[in-house]
Design a protein around this ligand. Structure first.
Ligand SMILES: *[C@@H]1O[C@H](CO)[C@@H](O)[C@H](O)[C@H]1NC(C)=O
Ligand SMILES: *[C@@H]1O[C@H](CO)[C@@H](O)[C@H](O)[C@H]1NC(C)=O
Ligand SMILES: *[C@@H]1O[C@H](CO)[C@@H](O)[C@H](O)[C@H]1NC(C)=O
Ligand SMILES: [Zn+2]
Length: 438
């Protein structure tokens, strides 16, 4: 009894702390007139600890989340440069509480499942997903295996699934990799990989996707950051590397700036920054794990999709604005995926935009999908799933429980469209090679 009370008190305090750290934060809407203004305001994240939720571009407002301590510095720069801004919310706590209430209510509702599997009512924690992956491998041993890829900085086991009717032994099949939660706070990306697992293992409606492809699915790429975003700081983005500054005044490396591709050229070397690139390329266990999975399969890796949020975008290399050699093909397959999603998306959500990172989002270096593009995947993408309430909503990273199953479903429509094209290309190449040998 005492224990229960004690635990309740502790978790109550934790909830308070989780919201208090955002006391006094303001989310700004930023409207830039030209590229110069965009460069200035977006470049600020490398100099002062602001948190950019959406990069501004001419014709597209940006969202910047600013703490009380940084606010004056930020506004000085913005006002001096005559950049238009307005407040989206100065009461983020209300939004956080709303998300918490709605997710808790959804978890209680818990729809009955007719078969084994995780529900799409709510956002599942690391331990639940971790146990689920193991359970899948036990129930479906003839085509599902679970691998421990190694430990995160804080020692969590990073598991991924291999789905293959030929146990990865048939070298004439393409390998396709899907991944989510490289950025901790992007919770809505988890249902996308869980939905893919559902459709490939439990509720198979498209047999060809199971038979013709060797799948690798990594649902929680950054488990320490992910758990931290549940327990302590909802808007945590990075991993939880500490020990870089005395007293750990700033913690964490941005894993999606830590890959060895133009590393450090267009990211932050400030430990306190949200886009801190680490002390060297692949300095982080979480990114080294992805590198090693990719290298093990690079000879037949056809496609890689790293799922992020938010903004309704499908992005391809490279982050510095150069096009990958197969840029046209990347674009064509990207558009096919976007169109498949647009056909089934909620009407109030914007259409997906497709293009090069630097052109559509913002130039940066060290992206996972850029590195994988160079390391061997013909088709390597970063998805940015839709935000909670449309492009200008205040709640970009917050989750509407009603959208969870839809996020899984619509993203899967996009993935399928891309994967079918990738697989056809792969088998055509194999056939051509055989024709030459004959
Ligand atoms: C390997 O996969 C290809 C393509 O799915 C298939 O045609 C072939 O029969 C498979 N070989 C074996 C030994 O399973
Ligand atoms: C870094 O960026 C600069 C300026 O855009 C460019 O000249 C240089 O080649 C880049 N270096 C790498 C390693 O990408
Ligand atoms: C990063 O990219 C921006 C936009 O292209 C450019 O202005 C800036 O010089 C780059 N930074 C570095 C360090 O190369
Ligand atoms: Zn992200």
């Amino acid at each position: 009894m005492y224990n229960t009370v004690f635990v309740l008190c502790l978790s109550f305090l934790a909830v308070l702390a989780k919201y208090e750290i955002y006391e006094g934060h303001t989310l700004y809407n930023i409207v830039v007139k030209d590229v110069e203004q965009a460069k200035l305001v977006n470049g600020l994240e490398k100099q002062i600890p602001i948190d950019i939720w959406m990069y501004a571009m001419p014709g597209r407002p940006g969202q910047v989340f600013v703490s009380k301590e940084t606010e004056q510095k930020f506004l000085d720069v913005v006002e001096n440069a005559d950049i238009e801004y307005s407040i989206l919310t100065d009461n983020i706590r209300e939004s956080l509480e709303l998300e918490k209430e709605r997710l808790a209510a959804a978890a209680k509702r818990k729809s009955e499942r007719s078969s084994f599997g995780l529900d799409f009512d709510t956002i599942h924690r690391y331990e639940v997903v971790d146990a689920y992956l193991t359970e899948l491998s036990i129930r479906f041993p003839h085509f599902v295996t679970v691998e421990s890829a190694g430990n995160s900085f804080e020692g969590r086991d990073i598991k991924y699934l291999k789905i293959s009717t030929t146990h990865f032994q048939n070298n004439t099949k393409p390998v396709i990799m899907l991944q989510s939660l490289l950025h901790a706070r992007e919770w809505i990306t988890l249902p996308a990989t869980l939905y893919a697992i559902e459709k490939l293992v439990i509720d198979i409606t498209e047999r060809d996707l199971v038979d013709n492809i060797d799948w690798i699915i990594l649902p929680i790429a950054n488990p320490d950051g992910y758990e931290w975003s549940h327990t302590d700081a909802r808007f945590w983005r990075k991993n939880r590397r500490n020990g870089l500054l005395p007293g750990d005044s700033c913690v964490g490396v941005d894993p999606n700036r830590n890959f060895d591709v133009f590393w450090g050229n267009n990211s932050s070397d400030d430990v306190c920054s949200n886009t801190f690139h680490g002390t060297s390329a692949f300095s982080e266990p979480e990114t080294a794990i992805i590198r090693d999975i990719i290298l093990e399969h690079s000879d037949r890796l056809e496609m890689y999709m790293d799922i992020h949020s938010h903004g309704s975008m499908i992005l391809y290399g490279f982050g510095n604005g150069e096009l990958a050699p197969n840029g046209l093909e990347l674009h064509v397959v990207g558009v096919a995926m976007a169109q498949a999603i647009d056909q089934v998306k909620w009407v109030e959500k914007p259409n997906y935009r497709v293009g090069n990172f630097a052109a559509v989002l913002y130039p940066a270096s060290g992206f996972s999908s850029d590195w994988v593009q160079i390391a061997g995947a013909t088709l390597s993408y970063t998805y940015e799933l839709p935000s909670y309430r449309g492009q200008s909503g205040v709640n970009g990273f917050l989750v509407d429980p009603d959208f969870i199953v839809q996020a899984g479903y619509e993203t899967w429509e996009g993935i399928k469209a891309g994967v079918r094209q990738a697989t056809n290309k792969f088998y055509n190449r194999v056939a051509e090679k055989e024709a030459i040998l004959r």
